[in-house]
Write a protein that binds this ligand. Structure first.
Ligand code: SF4
Length: 185
C-alpha cells in the first residue's frame, strides 16, 4: 500500500496524534470549525502582501507538490538564486512566543517536496501571522531528519491501525471536531 502523508497531517499529528487516526483510519471527514473558516478568510488576503516580497526572483503561491511519500499544499514559495523559502500564513501569532513545532514541521514537509520538484535548496521557513508577526526558522539537518521520522511514524500507525494515546494537554480537546468519537478513552 502506497501511503502518502501530507504536511497538514504532520501538523495535526504533532498537535494530537489521534486526529490523524480518525482522519486516515476511521475516514471521518473533518468538519470545518469556526476558527478554520476564519483562517480561510484571512488566507484570501495573501495577495495584498505582495509588496513585501518584491526582492525575490520567483514567487509561487498556493501550489501542491508531491515527492515519494510526502505531499504539501504550500501557501507561498520564495526563490532567490538557488535558495528556496517556504512561507506559511497563520491567522494570529503571539509576540514573544516560540514558534510552534507543528507549524515548523508542516513547513519542513512543504520545503522537502518543493525543493525536489523545483530543484532548489530548501533553506528557510517564514511563518507569517496576518497580525504582522513573522517567525523565521533556519532549516537544518535535524529538522529534515525528524520530519522523516514523523512521516514513518504516521505511516506505521496507518498501516497497523494503531490508536494513539490522547494528547496529554486536555485543553486541546475543547472544540475538537473528533471529541464525540474520542472522549479521550
Ligand atoms: S478529543 Fe482530544 S485526544 Fe481526542 S482527538 Fe481531539 S484533541 Fe485528540
Amino acid at each position: 500500500m502506497n501511503i502518502i502523508i501530507n504536511a497538514e497531517e504532520i501538523r495535526q499529528y504533532i498537535y494530537c496524534k489521534r486526529k490523524v487516526y480518525f482522519r486516515r483510519i476511521m475516514n471521518i471527514k473533518q468538519k470545518k470549525t469556526y476558527l478554520m473558516l476564519k483562517g480561510e478568510k484571512y488566507h484570501e488576503y495573501k495577495n495584498m502582501l505582495d509588496v513585501k516580497y518584491k526582492s525575490y526572483d520567483i514567487i509561487i503561491k498556493d501550489r501542491y507538490f508531491k515527492y515519494k511519500d510526502m505531499a504539501a499544499k504550500i501557501d507561498m514559495i520564495k526563490i532567490k538564486g538557488n535558495e528556496l523559502t517556504v512561507v506559511e500564513f497563520k491567522r494570529f501569532l503571539k509576540a514573544g512566543i516560540s514558534v510552534r513545532e507543528s507549524h515548523i514541521f508542516q513547513c519542513v514537509i512543504g520545503g522537502i517536496v518543493s525543493s525536489y520538484n523545483l530543484n532548489k535548496e530548501f533553506k528557510h521557513i517564514e511563518i507569517c501571522g496576518f497580525n504582522g508577526i513573522t517567525n523565521f526558522v533556519q532549516v537544518n539537518k535535524h529538522l529534515i531528519d525528524k520530519s522523516r521520522v514523523l512521516v514513518d511514524e504516521i505511516k506505521n500507525m496507518i498501516k497497523n491501525k494503531i490508536l494513539p494515546n490522547p494528547t496529554d494537554n486536555e485543553s486541546k480537546c475543547n472544540g475538537c471536531e473528533y471529541w464525540r468519537r474520542c472522549y479521550r478513552i
